[in-house]
Design a protein around this ligand. Structure first.
Ligand SMILES: [Zn+2]
Length: 138
């Protein structure tokens, strides 16, 4: 099993898809919307659940059914790639990884997802369990 986040949002001003967490404004048009969604703690839970259960941030199966799940899938790739890379500069790693993505008309999502990843990493670092985690015995 995996922990999904069922959340979709489009900016009321420009229609861009993004997650209005914490103080984040629309990454496309800059509108500050009323709506707030507490994405970061849920993303931390989903990532760490995978790591504890499967020994990888990237789960064996993941069906994307919402915008939040789509962003989580990218976070799984980023965090697992970083964990295995031996790199120490997380922001530089994300920048390099996402640079190669095909963003099409959603280029604003690149900076948005980088911001989310950095916030999630801060929270995981506070828990002090980024590395050295083994999969649970089946
Ligand atoms: Zn907007």
């Amino acid at each position: 099993m995996t922990l999904h986040i069922h959340y979709d949002h489009q900016c009321g001003g420009c229609g861009a898809f993004y997650i209005p967490y914490e103080e984040v404004i629309c990454p496309n048009c800059g509108l500050k919307e009323e709506e707030r969604f507490d994405f970061i703690p849920q993303a931390v839970d989903s990532l760490l659940f995978n790591l504890h259960r499967y020994g990888s941030f990237y789960p064996p199966a993941w069906a994307v059914t919402s915008l939040a799940d789509h962003i989580l899938r990218i976070l799984f790739v980023v965090f697992e790639g970083f964990r295995q890379s031996g790199e120490s500069d997380f922001p530089a790693y994300i920048h390099q990884l996402l640079e190669g993505g095909d963003w099409g008309d959603q280029f604003y999502l690149k900076a948005h997802i980088s911001g989310i990843a950095i916030r999630v990493k801060e929270e995981i670092d506070k828990l002090g369990e980024f590395f050295d985690i083994k999969a649970e015995e089946e």
